[in-house]
Design a protein around this ligand. Structure first.
Ligand code: BTN
Length: 327
């Protein structure tokens, strides 16, 4: 199914009903392969209808993800940094998939999926990943610095996503430490950085990006206020292949240049997008909740919290903006 999905979805993407026989002919498949694919896609949650005359219709929220379209949309610099770019219909998790891959590749391994059955968020949370509407994108890259030099990389990845999409993002979009994309207190996207291999002078990093693009309004089980690009960009056609290419255009050169320029760049740019700077925030550190005012990041890219008795840094923890009616 994974290797065939993009061809059948591409045939259905214009929303015009098409018979199973015509699909079989166009795809050079037999009828039962088409029927099996339609059934698998329905099981995966796609709204594919088959009428009594055997015509299949898909009211696609957007054009399917396509390796060809993403590659064609990339700038030559980013395209030249890629070893492999795979698009899957469904995976447990794009990060987990890349974790399972051998690590020897010098260039970037890129993986996208239309849906994830076990999408992972930070702090052990689940990342709800319905099919064919959002971006679930991971990059695995060897970076020639020790793990101690990777402080800030996850903040930098968030900056790259914001900078890549600036013209499409609604006013008020920014970053909440370490790398959550927010629009007015609602989460638009998140990043999970994992380090599957670390030696004295090099690490493999996996940067996993989840971005809500056309998230259905009725999506359930998300345990925090969320938003999606389509809620802010009515009438704009949101092409996920183009969004993926724009993100990779920024992210891949950033990872490549990280040893020489990464930390300096992040230190300079972070304040421009830091949503908590000068704002009342709470830090959940272990089982303690500490209130204060967001004071940017320190030289280690740890979160700084100002209180009446001074400013402290937090290397980990959950930062949340306090609204007026919270204590
Ligand atoms: C967070 O904000 O908690 C991080 C969310 C990261 C989600 C992305 S989706 C692509 C990649 N695969 C995963 O399983 N997680 C990341």
């Amino acid at each position: 199914m994974n290797s065939d999905f993009s061809s059948i979805l591409a045939q259905l993407a214009d929303g015009v009903p098409i018979s199973v026989d015509a699909l079989a002919q166009r795809l050079s498949w037999n009828r039962s392969a088409v029927l099996a694919a339609v059934s698998s896609l329905q099981t995966a949650g796609l709204q594919l209808q088959m009428d009594c005359a055997g015509a299949v219709t898909w009211h696609a929220p957007t054009y399917p993800l396509s390796r060809t379209h993403i590659m064609a949309g990339l700038a030559p610099e980013a395209a030249g940094l890629i070893d492999a770019l795979e698009v899957h219909f469904t995976l447990d998790s794009t990060n987990q998939y890349l974790l399972r891959q051998p690590s020897e590749k010098p260039g970037a391994q890129v993986c996208l999926a239309e849906s994830q059955t076990a999408g992972r968020g930070r702090r052990g949370k689940q990342w709800i990943s319905p099919p064919c509407c959002n971006l679930y994108l991971s990059v695995r890259q060897s970076v020639p610095v020790p793990a101690s030099g990777l402080n800030g990389l996850s903040l930098g990845a968030g900056l790259m996503v914001i900078e890549a999409l600036t013209s499409l993002l609604p006013p008020g979009t920014g970053l909440k430490w370490p790398n959550d994309l927010y629009v007015h207190n609602r989460k638009l996207g998140g990043i999970l950085v994992e380090i599957p291999r670390a030696t004295r002078n090099a690490c493999d990093v996996i940067v996993g990006i989840g971005l809500n693009v056309l998230m259905p309004d009725e999506t359930a089980n998300i345990d925090q206020p969320w938003t999606s690009l389509n809620q802010h960009l009515a009438g704009t056609s949101l092409d996920r292949n183009n969004l993926a290419a724009r993100i990779l255009d920024r992210l891949l050169p950033f990872l490549q240049d990280y040893p020489a320029h990464g930390q300096g760049y992040i230190a300079g740019r972070w304040p421009d997008f830091d949503l908590t700077l000068g704002q009342p925030v709470s830090v959940l550190a272990g089982d303690r909740v500490i209130h204060g005012i967001g004071a940017g990041v320190d030289a280690q890219f740890h979160f700084r919290l100002a209180q009446a008795n001074g400013t402290r840094s937090y290397a980990s923890g959950e930062v949340s903006l306090r609204t007026h009616n919270q204590p």
